[in-house]
Every structure is written in C-alpha cells, then in structure tokens.
Write a protein that binds this ligand. Structure first.
Ligand code: MG
Length: 367
C-alpha cells in the first residue's frame, strides 16, 4: 500500500463552558484543530487529528501543524502507511523535531493499518482490557468557590477523577485545593495541575500548606530539575507532564524517582507509535499513566480510547474524553463518555467516519 495524498482540514472547536483557563493567565475559547486525511492506492483512507492547547502551552501551534504538513507531506508520498516504524523514521529524517506535526499522520496510518487488518486499533496496540476505562475531568481555573461548585455536577456525569487547574497565585491555589478537596467523596482522586506555573519557592509553600490533603501534585514548575526539587520535598503523589516528551525523559525520571505518574499526550510524543512505546515502557517500569493529548475532538478522543483501552489497567491512572468538552462533532460514530467512562470502538481502525459537511474544504492537499 502506498500513500497517494495527504489532506488537512481546519476545524474550530468551541467549548461548552465558553472558555478553558489554566496557569499563567492562559485561556482558549475556540480550539483550532487540524484533521488529517491520508489516501492510499488501495482505496483505503485513514484519519488523524491534532489540536494544540493554544500556542503558549507546548512548543506547538495550530498554524504550525499546517505549515509542517506542507513541508513533511511530499516526503511521505509513495511510502507504505502500514509500516509504522519505517514511516516514523522517514518522518524524523525529513523533518527534525515537531512531533505534533507528525502525530496526526501517524494516527491516520494506524487507522489504515486497522482497516487493512480488519481489526480495531486497540487490538493492534496490545489488546482490549475490560469493558471500558475511567476518565478525569479538568476543572478550568476560576476562584476557589467556583471550582469547588463544579465538582458535584461533574461527579453526576460519572467522573471520579478531578484535575484542578492551579499554577496561579499560590495563596489562592492553596484555597483552590482545599475548597475542591472538601467536595470529594470516597474513591475520588484529586490532582492539582500547575502546568509549570509555580516557581520552586511557590510550589514548596503550596505542598507544605496542603500536606494533610489527599492530592496529587502535577508539573509544578517549568523545568525537570525544579520539579525534582519539589518532588523531594513532598510526600504527595507526583505527576510529571510537560517535561516528559520522550522515552529518554521517562528513563531519566524513573532513575531519579522523579514521579509516580506520567502524563503522556499523543502529539507531545509524536503519534500513537511513540506513545505506545512510552506507554509500554511505563507499564514495564511500574509507572502510572494519564493517557491523553493536548486537546482535540472526535478523532483525538477515538485515538485516546484505543491507546488507553489497550493499556494494562493497573497502570492506567486515567484518560480524557475531549469530545465531550466541545460543541462540534466531526465524526458522529466516535466514542462517547458514558457514566464517566469511555471505551474504544470495535470497528476496524480508529472507528471514526468524519462527516464531510463538518470538515468543509481542505486547507492543504499534498499529492
Ligand atoms: Mg498536565
């Protein structure tokens, strides 16, 4: 099978709640997502998606996806989309870095592999564990009482994992953690995700002030070294996210005992091929995982579902259903949250059939 054409579509994804806010005063109201279609000489079509969390979160931005695909795409015409390892080496040789550009192409090729094999992607990624898996709900940064007031509604939707967006004024963040923790029920898990927003001294003050609270601390500071300093000063379970962008960082973090859980985002690593490698290494090392992406709609959510459903469940801390946060659906057959849980589809590939009317005309066609 050969790749004959790569097309990109720009899709706007507004939020049900109007906006999403995190550390450093960052906010997004409408996500700019890119859906990628890979056509082949066999008549099969694969679909992928990537959606940066705005331009200020990771080294990724929406227009950069399209610029990168224009650069990368011509190198992939004629390549076999089913040979994922070779294809990833080809992408890395043609374009240094820019993992988020490669992610939707790799995702679309997994969709093709599944369709060619007649198997859902989760089976190809290792196997389907159980009926479904648990999701977390991100709580956008607001004043403490407003964030606490959201918990009951999210729990009514079935969520039992709550990821609190902190990384602001540390005194207010202490109040945020305490206010939300007061709403928890037995079995709930609370994560305070600073998204790199604190200095070391600020993070040290927060973890000391909430020492009695059952809360995970996620990525307090920008650098790995600063996070490690905080980690060594607290006995809270500790999550690394933004700095874990490669297998090498997982190995380093494990050697330093720098984290208990890692957050693996598909596009941060460069696609499902590399996310699977990282996931399987973490499972082997005994590291818990949050499996997700930077953001996305139906196709990203389907890819997360296949990656998470095929993760050994004792190492899956949680995952995300981004398509329930946004008002636009591009693939009506994508998996949907039910009682706070998600399941990968059983159709071959990713199991998504994008609606041409929702995609509109492509903004880029290579081939
Ligand atoms: Mg995070």
């Amino acid at each position: 099978m050969r790749i004959t054409r790569i097309s990109a579509y720009r899709v706007e994804l507004p939020l049900h709640e109007g906006s999403y806010k995190w550390s450093g005063g960052n906010a997004v109201t409408v996500f700019d997502s890119t859906v990628v279609r890979v056509d082949t000489d066999a008549g099969l079509t694969g679909w992928g998606e990537v959606c940066p969390l705005g331009p200020a979160y990771l080294p990724a931005y929406a227009a950069g996806v399209r610029a990168g695909l224009a650069e990368l795409g011509p190198h992939l015409l004629g390549e076999d989309p089913l040979e994922l390892g070779k294809l990833n080496r080809r992408m890395d040789a043609a374009l240094k870095g820019h993992p988020y550009v490669k992610s939707p192409v790799d995702m679309a090729c997994w969709d093709l592999l599944g369709k060619a094999a007649g198997l859902p992607v989760c089976v190809l990624l290792g196997g389907r564990y159980g009926d479904d898996f648990g999701l977390y709900r991100a709580i956008s940064q607001e004043p403490p009482a407003a964030m606490a007031a959201k918990v009951a509604g999210y729990r009514a939707e079935g969520y039992r994992r709550f990821q609190l967006k902190v990384g602001g004024d540390p005194d207010v963040d202490i109040e945020r953690i305490r206010a939300v923790a007061a709403e928890l029920k037995p079995g709930d898990r609370l994560v305070a995700d600073a998204n790199t927003g604190w200095r070391v001294d600020e993070a040290l003050r927060v973890v000391r002030a909430v020492r009695d609270v059952d809360v995970y601390i996620e990525q307090p500071c920008p650098s790995y070294e600063d996070c490690l300093t905080v980690r060594r000063a607290t006995d809270h379970p500790f999550v690394l996210d933004e700095v874990v962008d490669s297998v090498g960082m997982i190995v380093r973090g494990h050697a330093d005992r720098a984290m208990d859980v890692v957050n693996l985002k598909i596009s941060k690593l460069g696609g499902l091929t590399k996310a699977r490698q990282a996931r399987d290494l973490c499972a082997t090392l005994g590291i818990g995982m949050t499996l997700e992406d930077s953001w996305g709609g139906d196709i990203v959510t389907a890819a997360i579902a296949h990656l998470a459903h095929s993760c050994p469940p004792e190492y899956l801390f949680t995952a995300t259903d981004f398509n329930s946060y946004v008002t636009v659906s591009v693939a009506p057959d994508a998996p949907r949250r039910a009682n706070g849980r998600l399941a990968a589809g059983t159709a071959p590939g990713l199991g998504v059939t994008p609606d041409p009317a929702a995609l509109g005309e492509p903004v880029l066609v290579v081939g």
